[in-house]
Design a protein around this ligand. Structure first.
Ligand code: ADP
Ligand code: NI
Length: 212
């Protein structure tokens, strides 16, 4: 089997496993992350195969999709071995995936260029128009309010005036999404992130105008 066939099988596997997800990790999120990684790769000297395989598999074992338990190793290792990848390769992919997650990584910078690229690609999908849509979809899936004037900033960029640890979705922008542009690893992702960041600022400005 050649690389293209391997990737095709991985893609089909991911599509089947994530087709029913409503936690923000549906199949199309994965496909967008792969596409984001493809945009970054031409400007970096990374191992393309490792980046693409990790991007396809980065959420497959996520605890949110696996009853609260991370199953990355359990799922990814046998899958890659069955496709005749080496054990070393499978272990590297598992390592890359473990360093990608915002929560798992606790904001620490990944140790490999491959993980940095997948992390950027994943974070870009939480920004811009898609990021806005995902945030409200996620909030909706948890039954949360869009906005609550008692706990949200009344000016779009007043980062400190929201109450911490409150649940309305607009606060997620201040807690996480507006911070992402400064967390990008690669130059390509920094450029795309800036555009998406500005789009979110425009959205928040308009939102706060409308709710005044
Ligand atoms: P990942 O596992 O892909 O790094 P998360 O699971 O943290 O990311 O988030 C998946 C999607 O759900 C993202 O678009 C993120 O912004 C959104 N999301 C996560 N937590 C919240 C929240 N508390 N409110 C609104 N959206 C959220
Ligand atoms: Ni993801």
């Amino acid at each position: 089997m050649n690389q293209t066939e391997h990737i095709k099988i991985i893609k089909e596997y991911v599509k089947e496993k994530l087709s029913m997800d409503s936690s923000g990790h549906d199949y199309w999120h994965i496909e967008r992350v792969v596409n984001n990684a493809q945009k970054i790769l031409p400007f970096e000297t990374a191992n393309n195969l490792k980046v693409i395989v990790s991007a396809w598999l980065h959420d497959i074992g996520d605890y949110k999709l696996n009853n609260g338990k991370d199953k990355t190793e359990e799922i990814v290792f046998p899958l890659l071995i069955s496709l005749e990848f080496s054990e070393d390769f499978a272990e590297e992919i598992i390592q890359i995936i473990s360093e990608v997650s915002y929560k798992g990584g606790h904001n620490s910078t990944p140790s490999s260029l491959e993980a940095k690229i997948v992390q950027d690609a994943d974070r870009l999908d939480a920004m811009g128009a898609v990021g806005i849509a995902r945030a409200f979809a996620y909030g909706g899936s948890k039954g949360r309010e869009l906005y609550n004037p008692e706990e949200s900033p009344n000016e779009y960029i007043d980062m400190d005036s929201y109450k911490k640890n409150t649940s309305c979705t607009i606060n997620h922008f201040y807690e996480k999404l507006l911070k992402l542009k400064d967390l990008m690893n690669t130059e390509t992702a920094k450029k795309i992130a800036l555009e998406r960041h500005n789009y979110m600022i425009n959205f928040l400005e308009e939102f706060h105008k409308e709710v005044l």
